[in-house]
Design a protein around this ligand. Structure first.
Ligand code: ADP
Length: 372
């Protein structure tokens, strides 16, 4: 008896002390009136105990309370079941709040429903934070899509007039060659070189803008076969530079957009060849490691390396660390690779230091079971 008394005292104190707002409603009385509320409930709602006890919980509802949530609560009460639901409720002063409500049936010794206990938590801050995050995400996605559209339109529409400039320059070169002096010929050459360079830059920009718009669905890819195909595409550069390229002949099957993965590998391997150290034979290794959640496809070389101060900059559009005379290129390749990695939900990173080779890591997430 003594211990039972102690237990009920502790229970009562615990109900009063908890920061979760509690109410108990009587299911046997007409309209399920509240028969108990604790201090946290009084503080949450702003009503006094006298204003709460004896009333049905619906006094917390208002204009924005969702009717389907109310219907679900009613159904749970009828079936004497637990329910957890987030509900728009109102305080006494009219302030709305998001109520994370958990209701559970209380039954007598014969299993007959007698009461419901409801625990409520004000989760307004969490919900508002989630909503603002969602809004920022949507805004960012819109800005990104607009930028992509702009890049696409600008580069696409620039192609035509540029083609015209180049072809008329070629025409002048052909038709008036004998009328031009050496300086005139040189100027035309410069103008042609410039327009060709611009054509390549525009083509690269177009490719960059297409990473998302022209994306293909993911499929299973035999990596070994894909690398062999990429090496075949690069055979001229490989032969010219006598590059030694090693890779595991039994690489795992990965899941990705085949065209994009192939482009990424080709860019990384061709960079590894291009930025070689002229003092030694280029040695390039492609390897794959994996864990439960992702594959890591790594391309390492023994080339000129990259100063750690520039490890972020090299992934930006048109950012290069060398002149075109030293190494040809537009500075878009790695930006495309990074965008491809991101479109796959993965990352592209680098470890490198000057004269010490570079390793690029493409972390590619594995698909979750249900999305396969
Ligand atoms: P591009 O090769 O056309 O300049 P990228 O976007 O592919 O454009 O590369 C950007 C810059 O990153 C390059 O100009 C080069 O300085 C550096 N870089 C890329 N790959 C390597 C590499 N494997 N070794 C050393 N530097 C590299």
């Amino acid at each position: 008896m003594e211990s039972q008394h102690l237990q009920s005292h502790v229970l009562k104190q615990a109900f009063a002390a908890t920061r979760g707002a509690l109410v108990i409603a009587d299911c046997n009385a007409k309209d399920m009136p509240i028969i108990y509320c604790n201090q946290a409930f009084i503080e949450l709602t702003g009503y006094s105990e006298d204003e709460i006890v004896g009333r049905n919980c619906r006094f917390l509802q208002g204009e924005e309370t969702d009717q389907t949530s109310i219907d679900k609560i009613r159904e749970a009460i009828n079936k004497a079941e637990d329910i957890r639901i987030t509900l728009r409720n109102y305080k006494k002063d009219g302030t709305p709040f998001w109520n994370d409500l958990i209701m559970s049936p209380i039954k007598d010794t014969r299993g007959k429903l007698t009461h419901f206990i409801g625990m409520q938590l004000d989760i307004t801050e969490t919900i508002e934070y989630q909503e603002s995050l969602k809004a920022s995400k949507e805004e960012l996605e819109n800005i990104n899509a607009e930028l992509e559209q702009f890049t696409y339109a600008a580069s696409h529409d620039l192609q035509e007039p540029l083609r015209m400039v180049a072809s008329f320059l070629q025409l002048i070169q052909k038709r008036y060659d004998d009328q031009l002096d050496a300086e005139g010929k040189e100027f035309i050459n410069y103008a042609l070189e410039g327009s060709e360079r611009m054509q390549r830059m525009i083509a690269d920009l177009l490719q960059l803008s297409r990473v998302r718009t022209k994306a293909q669905p993911f499929s299973e890819i035999n990596l070994t076969e894909m690398i062999e195909q990429v090496l075949l595409n690069l055979r001229v550069a490989i032969n010219e530079t006598k590059a030694k390229i090693t890779y595991d002949k039994k690489m795992p099957t990965v899941v990705a957009d085949a065209t994009q993965l192939s482009l990424l590998l080709q860019n990384l391997i061709s960079n590894a060849i291009k930025y070689r150290d002229f003092e030694q034979q280029p040695q390039i290794n492609v390897q794959v490691t994996e864990d439960e959640f992702s594959w890591s496809i790594d391309v390492s070389d023994n080339g000129i390396g990259i100063d750690p101060n520039y490890h972020e900059r090299i992934f930006e559009v048109f950012q290069r660390l060398h002149t075109r005379e030293e190494y040809p290129g537009n500075g878009v390749g790695l930006a495309i690779c990074k965008k491809i990695a991101e479109r796959h939900g993965g990352t592209l990173s680098v470890t490198s230091s000057i004269n010490d080779g570079s390793t690029f890591y493409f972390r590619l997430p594995k698909p979750q079971e249900e999305s396969l």
